[in-house]
Design a protein around this ligand. Structure first.
Ligand SMILES: [Zn+2]
Length: 402
């Protein structure tokens, strides 16, 4: 449980029940042990310090710790790597897993996090730590979000100060509707996904112009620095960037509930494909055309599975291909599955029926193509096969092997 208190807003207290046999605790993913202090048993006995964790006192059943967090007014944090902090002007706390949570072991473990502030508590989505396949936990908690958007069971709270851009107040409402629809299309029980927070952080005074964002399971953190001499069209472009960014991250949050172990290329390419489809439906045609051009496919890009192999071997620059090549791959797949041209519905149906490709080896292009072809009729067009794996192109020597 994470507890914050309005009377001492820069101190955060954590506590965690242990299980028999637990001897050590560690910072959660990518966490720094230096951020934590006074790690102790609930009965008062201090925990012994290890190189990157703590030794649990013998027989201890509950461990507690303290964290000092930043005043976001005084120390603005970059939205791409947000720190846990308190925003006194807008009255909310932002809590980031790496600087707030301890975990029990190196083994994967289910973690429930309850966040309380001044007696107002909420449970975050259950997490499995450590897992590189899931977004980290971020959480926002505040007594009065600046805006609450609701659609069916989906509620989005907006915290902090939104940039002043015409039309941006609509975004949380249409995002709630979009997330509710995706949840429904993917067959996720509505009870498993109800609350999402969108936090706007104030940028640092010297932060270069741009849109900064990152997302956790429950929370989307963003920041916009508009250039001083903006041309006329810039607000529309920023709206396009903000919408596709928010929809991309919200897709991760919804699809994360499928608990599918997707490789990075599947995770990122599906998020970008569905975000662009929502942009097509939600943005003005000219704004959509502009954002769509950012996903232009250039010659000589590696096929997706090759990019994933290079990425796994340590070349992180390959991830850029997941977003671009991946969008073109899923567009072809969606067209194949849905010849009436209604776009994403057929692909969403395939994700639902296959429970997020749960029984498909996603490192095997032939297995993935077979699972897609079962949802349509005939053969997946050669263009899509080539974007997946060069060996499956018609002009490849191995192209006719299958
Ligand atoms: Zn992403």
């Amino acid at each position: 449980m994470i507890t914050v208190d309005a009377d001492a807003p820069l101190a955060l207290r954590g506590s965690m029940l242990l299980q028999a046999g637990d001897t050590t605790v560690w910072p959660a993913r990518h966490g720094d042990a230096g951020a934590f202090s006074n790690v102790r048993c609930a009965d008062g006995r201090p925990a012994g310090t290890l190189q990157s964790g703590w030794q649990v006192p013998q027989g201890c059943q509950q461990i507690e710790w303290d964290v000092r967090i930043v005043d976001l007014d005084v120390a603005p944090t970059d939205a791409t790597v947000p720190q846990s902090g308190h925003d006194p002007r807008h009255g909310f706390w932002l809590i980031a897993e790496a600087s707030a949570l301890l975990r029990r072991s190196d083994q994967s473990a289910a973690v429930g996090v309850r966040i309380c502030a001044s007696g107002d508590c909420r449970d975050s989505t259950p997490l499995v730590l450590p897992s590189d396949h899931q977004p980290p936990l971020y959480a926002a908690i505040g007594r009065s979000p600046r805006l609450v958007a609701q659609h069916d069971a989906m509620t989005i709270g907006v915290h902090g100060e939104q940039p002043e851009l015409a039309g941006i107040d609509e975004f949380p409402h249409i995002l709630a509707e979009t997330m509710a629809r995706w949840g429904c299309e993917f067959g996720i029980p509505p009870g498993r996904h109800k609350a999402y927070d969108w936090v706007w952080l104030a940028p640092a005074p010297d932060q270069p112009p741009g849109f900064y964002a990152s997302a956790g399971f429950d929370t989307f953190v963003s920041q916009l620095v508009i250039p001083e001499h903006a041309e006329d069209k810039t607000p529309a472009r920023f709206r396009s960037i903000i919408w596709t960014g928010a929809a991309h991250e919200a897709f991760h949050s919804v699809s994360g509930r499928l608990a599918a172990e997707w490789p990075a290329w599947v995770n990122e390419s599906l998020a970008s494909y569905f975000a662009l489809e929502s942009a097509r439906q939600r943005l003005d045609a000219a704004d959509f055309a502009w954002i769509d051009r950012q996903y232009a496919l250039y010659p000589d890009v590696p096929p997706l599975l090759e990019a994933q192999r290079r990425y796994d071997a340590g070349d992180s620059s390959q991830s850029q291909h997941f977003y671009v090549v991946g969008v073109h791959f899923w567009r072809t797949v969606a067209g194949f599955l849905d010849r009436d041209g209604t776009g994403q519905a057929g692909l969403a149906g395939l994700i639902r029926q296959s429970e997020g490709f749960a029984h498909v080896d996603l490192t095997d292009p032939v297995a993935l193509i077979r699972s897609i072809e079962r949802g349509g009729s005939g053969e997946l067009p050669p263009g899509a096969r080539c974007l997946l794996d060069a060996g499956l192109c018609p002009d490849s020597p191995e192209g006719h092997a299958e």
